[in-house]
Design a protein around this ligand. Sequence first.
Ligand code: ADP
Ligand code: MG
Length: 384
Amino acid sequence: ALGYHRVLNENRNLYNMVQDLKGNIRVYCRIRPVFGSERNSVIDFVGKDGSLVILDPVKPPKDGRKNFHFNRVFGPTAAQDEVFKDIQPLIRSVMDGYNVCIFAYGQTGSGKTYTMTGTSSGSTKDMGINYLALNDLFELSNERKDVTNYEIQVQMVEIYNEQVRDLLVNDSSTTKYPSIFNIRSTGETGLNLPDAKMHTVKSTDDVLNLMKLGEENRVVSFTAMNNRSSRSHSVLSVHVHGKDISGSNLRSCLHLVDLAGSERVDKSEVTGDRLREAQYINKSLSSLGDVITALAQKSAHVPYRNSKLTLLLQDSLGGRAKTLMFAHVSPEGDSYSETISTLKFAQRVSTVELGAARANKESSEIMQLKEQVENLKKALASKE
Ligand code: ADP
Ligand code: MG
């Protein structure tokens, strides 16, 4: 078993090196389909290499073309499992001790919740990343059970107006909001929300039940504060604890974040509570952008403390942690200016340059590592 263990570990290390070479900050774009009543799509071109061309709906095609480039772009026909397949290695690296953070950014109605949760119909075909990720972690935990014993726990909170609330409390007096609490580091376990209830999950059924509870708690806030869900961030945190037969221990965390809508509100029309909400959202989304930009530029100072959101995610942003942002856009003409604003934000936090020159060097290194991984896989197969 120890020989098997060694080969497995070498394989995992190489696998994670390949992941590292792809960079620790990745930006993907996802475009939702055009719905019945909407105007024509502003999407002109989606390239396999991550390029995207947007057309200004009121300018002639020659002048109104804008180019963007991301690590990947998923067009309107991309299915949930196709998207998941692409991020699966990133999810799996959590089981090797990496902290990972995945965000969905974009205006309300652009598909953030679709990507993270899926549709409320509950059909498994449409299940989003939250469910598929946990499902995959269970699978991996089962595959590795002879070598590593994993415990998987989840927390789910919402951040609304810079206040954090637990979404996974089973409070019978559902008229009341779940309590507010602080983000603090407990050092030892690295947990940032020691007061939010931690649920151990063992099966996808456990996860489905918790997701239902989380949804219900969000709906309570929704009716009481009218459509709060688009103005709050929801964070599903998956904590992994693995004990190896060699005696080593690992702890890691996967944060899955459905952000508040990024749409700008017309300041002249918004007052009172709505204005306050908008200011909080602006502040936290721009703090998130600042943090990721600082990390991408390897700045000495990373401004985590500027918002609850970045403070909560601190351990899974930067260092060895891996970050993936989904920039969600609606394709229809009416959303054009929000679409451009989302894509500009995404481009700002992206390390991908237009006409990326370093890609070649990386890909040859990746090819070599892939070859080594294949060889190790063969060695592993012959041991089984
Ligand atoms: P957001 O969370 O950004 O406000 P939603 O995820 O609720 O947006 O998406 C708005 C609507 O569009 C929902 O009805 C959702 O099911 C649908 N939708 C979004 N993205 C897709 C997609 N890629 N394929 C099919 N339907 C989608
Ligand atoms: Mg949503």
